[in-house]
Design a protein around this ligand. Sequence first.
Ligand code: PEP
Ligand code: MN
Length: 338
Amino acid sequence: MIIVMEAGAHKENVDRVIAEVESLGYRAHPLFGTDRTVIACLGDERGKERIQTLDSLPEVERVVPILRPFKLSSREVRPETTIVDVKGVKIGGKALVVMAGPCAVESREQILEVAHAVKEAGAHILRGGAFKPRTSPYSFQGLAEQGLKFLAEASQATGLPVVTELVDAHQLDMVQDYVDMIQIGARNSQNFFLLSSLGRAVKPVLLKRGMMSTIEEYLMAAEYVVTNGNGNVVLCERGIRTFETYTRNTLDLNAVAAMKKLSHLPVTVDPSHGTGRWDLVPPMCYASVAAGADGLLVEVHTHPDKAVSDGPQSLKPEKFQAMVKTLRAFAEAAGRTL
Ligand code: PEP
Ligand code: MN
């Protein structure tokens, strides 16, 4: 259930509602919007008539059920899009945010070179994996903490905030000491213990869609993070498994438009993993913006032919730069700035 307060409701009345909700055995989760405060009541749905009676409290406008199963992530509880701040870069506002970098941090020189190149081309956030959850145990697994140190150095050198993947809840504190945003990859997108552990993360989360997750399952994954205490979640469509084999995955742009409707969380798109082919990345970047994406995640490598992972889907810096240039017109047509 959600309790919608009247516009400009006084703090003491909001506090009173919260106290009454809690006395009924529910968890009250207030969401302070620009216009009004909404209090989400989380707990056993069977007792909802008792919450309904709170509509007689002062400055309560109405008490309504939350129809979607992803309660706190739903647009029902917050009509305006949440803006997630990644060390000053705001995702979810008018400005389109471009995150770019190599699939994996391979060496100090490599990440510094790519970081400067993507910054030059107009990227706002640097990406790079230090822990690589590879399909084969014999493939490169990442530089681990050394990779995080190189990322932090590249961030320092360029001023770009960094995002990297976390694969193990035990490494949360170590990873968030080095980076500005924590990525959860497609393979861990339904690892509910890992997702719950992010509730205590002090850094925002970039949550990829699981390759077999429905839109509802994906938003329920986001709900695990939000309900455990971290509302700074950015969604990322990265393609799903279908019968198609020409592309690595099928980039589901339906999901982008749908999630913008269903959820207040910002939505980004990763056309690199979504297509698996560098030549399809630019057109899918443009299409993502048309579908309403708040940002993009693009793999860039100075020598894709030598990349230890995902070379075939990585753009060379000059191609990335040209893509960002063309993207400006699409961003503008979509009412955004870049
Ligand atoms: C990545 O971003 O390099 C990655 C492994 O992505 P995904 O989890 O979407 O496969
Ligand atoms: Mn990759």
